[in-house]
Design a protein around this ligand. Structure first.
Ligand code: ZN
Length: 58
């Protein structure tokens, strides 16, 4: 058995944890997937260039 891993901290742009149902990765609209804004690490996606967004429902 593996010990429980601590959940990854969510970035401000993430709407839900990655293991939540109906959630998918999307390009960060703040940095457009580059991970940087004006030479600084994007604070919305945490520099990943991607955010987690709910894709189910409306
Ligand atoms: Zn970003």
């Amino acid at each position: 058995m593996q010990p429980n891993e601590p959940p990854e901290p969510l970035n401000p742009g993430d709407e839900a944890p990655p293991d939540a149902p109906g959630v998918g990765e999307d390009i960060c609209s703040a940095c457009r997937g580059t991970g940087q804004v004006e030479g600084q690490q994007c604070t919305v996606c945490g520099g990943t260039g991607k955010v987690l967004q709910g894709i189910g429902g409306g």
